[in-house]
Design a protein around this ligand. Structure first.
Ligand code: HEM
Length: 362
């Protein structure tokens, strides 16, 4: 243990020597290295506010045992921080490659490996548990007045096309994205290295290419459905009785989309835009910004996608096994009039030109 510790210490000291040599005036005078040594931009993840980061060492190392003249180094982390920013010199046009150490990378890696992974898994598993409990307690939400036998068109073919294009691409993007975050813990032990590698490569291509139909789908959804998703006073009444989801016979009036669906719609739009911007930023490395900006975009991409996946799981539940007839609205486009009366009374009255439902429970 002590031998390993001293070997590690020696390796870090040697690294420090290399870095310091790269920064030394001697190397700055090297004939083929005209690029000036300049400080790196402030990292996205800096040290805690109460931690003082010593200035970068600019002197010349004489021996591996000599440490930078910035006080006593308590540990390796402190030593690495003391070397910030650590840039050498390159004679090729791509000056990014002169960065020897990007200390913010460690903070970024710890954020992804720690809080985001842990909280993300709690969020998604928590949502699944809530839905299972809801199903066990409430069961499938049925049409209280039974089927009338008369149907009405709820979504036209174009609306269904954009829904399924967005939904299909999102599901693959979600699964392939989750594989990036959790695959090595969940699938690698189950599939073994070869199958996991093949799957991950296929997922990687799918993730890159299906981003485009997803982005297009979100845009088309926004344009097609925004007029039905403007918040209104009717939504307050719907929210006040929990949408009637928790008790039989309670049917607050709603237009084409109720308050719950408006929340889904705006989550998909806001989340979709955030995922698109951050995703495209990452898809073209260094095109839009430096490595610090890419780390920030990656963190936003991970957090937004985990939240949106949890929201969409709830949506998939209510749009399939959670509610009678809901799936028909998006598959055949037709729903029973009694379903429409109970769940979207205002919309039905508008389409059929019949009197508006009372602002009561039915
Ligand atoms: C893959 C399984 C999915 C199923 C079974 C499903 C089912 C449904 C159904 C039945 C509706 C119509 C509800 C109604 O008639 O009032 C609907 C609407 C909608 N879906 Fe999906 N959907 C799925 C995935 C998705 C995904 C992945 C997204 C977006 C990322 C999405 C976004 C929407 C939006 C914005 C609406 C309109 C608002 C709403 O009804 O909540 N859906 N979906």
């Amino acid at each position: 243990m002590t031998i390993f510790a001293s070997l590690r210490g020696a390796a870090l000291a040697a690294l420090a020597v290399v870095c310091a040599a790269a920064l030394s005036p001697a190397s700055a005078q090297a004939p083929a290295a005209p690029a000036p040594v300049r400080s790196e931009a402030a990292p996205a993840f800096s040290a805690p506010a109460n931690e003082r980061i010593p200035p970068a060492f600019t002197g010349t190392y004489q021996s591996p045992t000599q440490r930078p003249d910035v006080g006593l180094m308590a540990n390796d982390t402190e030593l690495l921080r003391a070397l910030l920013p650590t840039r050498g010199q390159v004679t090729i046009p791509d000056q990014k490659l002169a960065t020897l150490i990007q200390p913010a990378g460690r903070d970024w890696r710890e954020t992804i490996k720690g809080p985001i992974r842990v909280w993300g898994s709690w969020l998604i598993l928590g949502m699944c548990c809530v839905l299972i409990a809801f199903y066990l307690l409430r069961g499938k939400i049925m049409i209280d007045s039974g089927m009338s036998g008369r149907t009405i068109e709820r979504f036209n073919p174009f609306e269904r096309f954009i829904h399924w294009m967005t939904a299909g691409s999102f599901v693959v993007l979600a699964l392939s994205g989750l594989n990036i975050t959790y695959g090595r813990y969940v699938l690698l032990p189950l599939l073994g290295p070869e199958a996991f590698t093949s799957l991950s490569i296929a997922f990687k291509y799918a993730h890159n290419y299906l981003a485009f139909p997803f982005m297009l789908g979100v845009l088309l959804m926004l344009v097609t459905w925004i007029r039905f998703n403007i918040p209104s006073k009717v939504d307050l009444q719907w929210i006040a009785v929990g949408g009637g989801l928790f008790s039989k016979g309670v049917h607050p009036p709603a237009d084409k989309f109720n308050a719950g669906q408006k929340v889904i719609f705006w989550s998909v739009v806001a989340g979709g835009v955030a995922l698109s911007v951050t995703g495209v930023w990452l898809m073209f490395p260094f095109y839009f910004g430096d490595v610090a900006s890419m780390q920030l975009m990656q963190v936003i991409h991970a957090i937004v996608s985990l939240i949106l996946i949890a929201v969409v799981i709830a949506h998939i539940y209510i749009g399939s096994i959670g509610m009678e007839q809901a799936f028909d609205a998006m598959s055949t486009g037709q729903v029973d009039e009694n379903w429409a009366k109970e769940h979207h009374g205002i919309w039905l009255a508008k389409v059929k030109g019949t009197p508006m439902p009372k602002m009561g429970h039915d």
